[in-house]
Design a protein around this ligand. Structure first.
Ligand code: BMA
Length: 405
């Protein structure tokens, strides 16, 4: 444990030195540096997970992975185990990145908070891996101490930290996660059996006030401690070495005039984060945002560019970890907002992946809540154009993500 910590600190110091040596005002130099000298935070990271990190870096500037939440579990008009996806029904291809949420795993439930059976989720994740796709996990965790939902903001994270009354409830939840992650055994590129690489994105949107780990119920310092404990516990105590860790504040609570300072609220430190993410619904046509589409696009570009610059400075990956336009009311959303934002300049083109949220099943949930078009939807044609653009990476466009580039 101590030696791992030492190695990690050493790596961080080395990365910082390399960063400091580079010419600060050469923007292309900054971009280059991030791909040449950076390392994942886990010094003992599995080979396949390291390769994933390297491949995501190698892709920057050329294209980005398109991701979709719960893509294989259900769509607006279907819900079964056929392995289809609304992305595939419209484009003929699967997303390059699959988001899943493990909320309720901590309750030992058979299904997650949106009704997806964990056993099936596991199979879908393995199937995606076999086809060359990438998997990212978020966790709408019920408060392990009080049992309140993610959105129950009465009690924060303080009592979950070491020494707190509920600390063991937190470690129990993390034990469940470790068991789940370990159970994702796959055939690795060298033919051996091992753990599937995952992008893990815990404690998301913490700068908002809607989750118990968010601003308000949890102090900034307690948030940092919660994050660091999570990483240390999973890497050192549970010996999980298949993870890249993604940090993902919500755009709606960022002050764009002081992007970096605002973004770094609660940041646990460079030795605890692999991916600098942003959850962005706000600039993409959010019902509470009064800005015009033009102003939105401008702000979207500023947010992606600011994120990419910060990531380059720190030798990290940058990604839009979650977002999109709920119910796709603009039929040209994918080319005119999402793709335009990514293509805008050399910084925005450093964003490694962009993931949109889920296509809720209309019959089950009794409402419209979706982020990619389904067959016959007015945005379908535009989504196909988006799919065909050379910058967008869907599953069949991917290189071997788990082999060293
Ligand atoms: C939210 C909504 C909810 C869902 C939650 C977790 O953004 O989609 O309906 O329960 O994510 O997936």
């Amino acid at each position: 444990m101590a030696s791992t910590l030492y190695l990690r600190s050493l790596l961080v110091v080395m990365t910082a030195l390399l960063v400091a040596c580079a010419t600060p005002d050469s923007s292309s130099g900054r971009i280059e540096r991030a791909s040449t000298h950076s390392e994942p935070i886990d010094p003992d990271i599995d080979q396949a997970a390291r390769a994933l990190w390297q491949n995501l870096h190698a892709l920057r500037g050329k294209g980005f992975l398109f991701g979709h939440q719960d893509s294989l579990a259900y769509g607006v008009q279907w819900r079964d185990d056929s392995g289809r996806s609304d992305v595939e029904l419209t484009t003929g291809d699967y997303p390059a990145l699959y988001g899943w949420d493990i909320g309720h795993l901590e309750l030992n439930a058979a299904r997650n908070l949106d009704g997806v059976a964990f056993a099936q989720m596991r199979d879908w994740m393995r199937a995606a891996y076999r086809r060359g796709g990438v998997v990212s996990l978020s966790w709408h965790m019920t408060h392990p101490g009080t049992g309140g939902s993610s959105w129950e903001t009465e009690t924060g994270a303080a009592a979950l930290l070491p020494g707190g009354d509920y600390h063991e409830d937190l470690t129990r939840a993390l034990d469940q996660f470790a068991e789940f992650a370990r159970s994702l055994e796959v055939t690795l590129p060298d033919g051996s059996t091992g753990a599937m690489p995952l992008i893990f994105r815990p404690w998301h949107e913490h700068n908002g006030d809607w989750f118990w780990w968010g601003r308000g119920p949890t102090s900034e310092e307690d948030y940092r401690q919660l994050w660091r404990f999570t990483v240390d516990y999973l890497q050192e105590e549970k010996q999980l070495n298949q993870l890249l860790f993604a940090f993902s504040p919500d755009r709606s609570r960022l002050d764009m005039n002081v992007f970096e300072a605002s973004y770094l609220y609660g940041y646990p430190g460079d030795d605890y984060v692999d991916v600098l993410g942003i959850d962005n619904y706000w600039d993409l046509g959010h019902s509470a945002n009064p800005a015009t589409p033009e102003q939105n696009l401008e702000q979207f570009i500023v947010s992606l560019g600011g994120l990419a610059k910060l990531a380059a400075d720190k030798g990290k990956l940058a990604a839009m970890t979650e977002g999109g336009q709920d119910t796709l009311f603009e039929p040209d959303f994918f080319t005119e907002r999402l793709l335009k934002g990514w293509l805008a300049n050399e910084w925005t083109r450093q964003i490694a992946y962009m993931q949109v949220w889920r296509n809720a099943n209309r019959e089950r949930e009794g409402r419209d809540h979706f982020y990619v078009p389904y067959p016959g939807h007015p945005a379908a044609e535009d989504f196909i154009q988006f799919y065909q653009h050379p910058a967008t990476r869907f599953e069949s466009d991917l290189p071997a993500m788990y082999e060293q580039p």
